[in-house]
Write a protein that binds this ligand. Sequence first.
Ligand code: TYD
Length: 205
Amino acid sequence: MTTGIFIAIEGGEGAGKSTQTKRLSAHLEALGYEVVVTREPGGTPTAEKIRNILLDPEIDNMPDETEALLFAASRADHAHNKIRPALERGAVVLCDRYIDSSVAYQGAARGLGVDRIRALSEWATGQLLPDFTIYLDVPAEAGGERMDGTDRMEIQSREFHVQVQQAFRDIAQSSTRPNVLVDATLSIEEVTEKILEALQSVLDK
Ligand code: TYD
C-alpha cells in the first residue's frame, strides 16, 4: 500500500523539465508536502552507474536492445529502492522522466515497439505507475536550441528527436491515466500555472 503521490514529468530534449520540476517542488513543499525530486536514468547509486554507460558518447556501437534493457534495469533499481519506499512513507515523488521516456525513445524512435518496451518497464518496476504525468510539449527544433548536445542520446539525429516529440504527443493523447500536455513554449510562469491547475485533482484526492 502506498499513500504518497507519484508524478512523472516527461518531454523531449530542452522542454524545461528540470526548471518546472524545481518550481513544482518548491510549491508543494510550501504546501507542507514531503517532496522527493528524482530523475531517470539515475536516482540511486546503481542506477547512476548505469546512467554513465547509457550517456557515454564514446560508446558508438551499443545495440538498441542493450540500450532498452539498461534503461529498464536502471528503472527497476530506482523504482524498488527509491520511489516505492518514498511513496510508502507518504511523500510526493517528482520524477524527471519515467516509463514513457522509454516508450518514446526506445519503443517509437528506435523502433523497438511501444507495447514491448512498455511491458518491459512495467515488469521491471513491479507495475509501479505514476498517479499523474505532465508532458511538456515543445517542437523538436525549439528544444534542440536548448540542448547542450554532448551525451550519447542528444547527439542522435534531428529526425530521431522529431520522432520522440511526436511519440510523446501520441502517448499523452492515447493515455487513459491522469495527465496533462502543456505547451512548453509558453513562459515559465504560464507553464507552471497550467501544471498546478491540472494537478489540483490529484492533490485534492
Ligand atoms: P538527461 O541528461 O537526463 O536529459 P534530459 O535533461 O533531456 O532529461 O539524459 C537522459 C537522456 O536519456 C535523454 O536524451 C532521454 C534519454 N532517455 C531514454 O532514451 N530512455 C529513457 O527511458 C530515459 C529515462 C531517458
